[in-house]
Design a protein around this ligand. Structure first.
Ligand code: ZN
Length: 69
């Protein structure tokens, strides 16, 4: 069911603002997502670090191509 070139936009879990970062799905569930990348929210200053995120996990938490991280 998955089509190519789907991008998941990263949003702050706390204030829901966009991190202005998108991840393009590769179609491999086990693919690591932005490993060891830290995103800093410009609005609430929260930081989110991707340590054990895989595509499967990202898809699980995403809705309408948006993921709250
Ligand atoms: Zn925020």
């Amino acid at each position: 069911m998955r089509t190519e070139n789907i991008c998941i936009d990263m949003h702050c879990k706390k204030c829901r603002k966009s991190f202005r970062v998108s991840y393009e799905l590769t179609g491999m569930d086990a693919a690591p997502v932005l490993p060891n990348i830290t995103l800093k929210c410009g609005t609430c200053k929260r930081t989110a670090t991707f340590k054990k995120y895989t595509e499967a996990k990202l898809i699980e938490i995403s809705k309408d191509n948006k993921a709250l991280v």
